[in-house]
Ligand binder design. Structure first.
Ligand SMILES: Cc1cc2nc3c(=O)[nH]c(=O)nc-3n(C[C@H](O)[C@H](O)[C@H](O)COP(=O)(O)O)c2cc1C
Length: 210
């Protein structure tokens, strides 16, 4: 039984996503002390941004004619796909950056798709928790409703393409405590925080069904 944990925060020391993932990991470890945890931190160890193009263009080149960069990229893409395919459970903590998908996480998705092919259900039936952390608020009726262009895309890939058994733990308003302009939102932010921690414990139970 292997848990795959991926983090993507560029600020790991203060990461709200890591706080939630740590809770899930602790519950996993308490129940399965001997089960391995495979970690990948895209914030501290980003994947090379040009690897995806090399892996993709290698597809049209006979193996003997590929450049060293194409060989390396194909091997990396395959290893990343194998890593997630081997998981019995997965937790992925992904921040919202610039109203979109973290570029480090998008690079990872692109490489996994290059390694596995565009429709391989890599996580078919695998209990998976996506932790989405967002500095602002994007709920129904808020001024920026619809501006979160990350979470729906991540759900599309994880649930529909890779066919994970997906649970989403979303924590909004993470910047309220430290942003003076968001002072009026701090009580609401605290509610979001508390709810996310509760959902983390609940979602850990779904992982342990693996
Ligand atoms: C470079 C950068 C860009 C960000 N862009 C947005 C944004 O567009 N919208 C938003 O709501 N929060 C934004 N944030 C705030 C993050 O979403 C928020 O801090 C979240 O908690 C990050 O996840 P983490 O705490 O796990 O690192 C941004 C943060 C950084 C560092």
């Amino acid at each position: 039984m292997t848990l795959f944990r991926l983090d993507a925060s560029i600020l790991p020391a203060t990461s709200a996503g890591a706080e939630i993932a740590d809770i899930i990991e602790a519950e996993w470890t308490a129940a399965r002390p001997d089960a391995p945890i495979v970690r990948r931190h895209l914030g501290t160890d980003p994947l090379p941004a040009d690897a995806w193009a090399h892996a993709t263009t290698a597809g049209g080149v006979p193996e003997t004619e590929r450049t060293p960069a194409q060989h390396d990229a194909v091997a990396l893409a395959g290893a990343l796909a194998d890593e997630i395919r081997a998981a019995d459970a997965a937790v992925l903590a992904v921040p919202l950056y610039n109203f979109g998908v973290s570029q480090h996480f998008k690079t990872w998705i692109d490489l996994v798709l290059a390694g596995a092919g565009p429709t391989d259900p890599l996580l078919k039936g695998t209990p998976t928790v996506l932790i989405a952390t967002l500095g602002g608020g994007y709920g129904p009726g808020t001024p920026r409703e619809g501006w979160d262009h990350s979470t729906p895309y991540l759900e599309r890939i994880l649930r529909d393409v890779w066919q994970a058994d997906l649970t989403v733990v979303k924590r909004e308003l993470t910047l309220a405590r430290t942003t003076p302009a968001m002072a009026d939102l701090r009580d609401l932010a605290d509610e979001h925080h508390a709810r996310a921690l509760t959902e983390a414990r609940d979602s850990a139970r779904t992982l342990l069904r693996a």
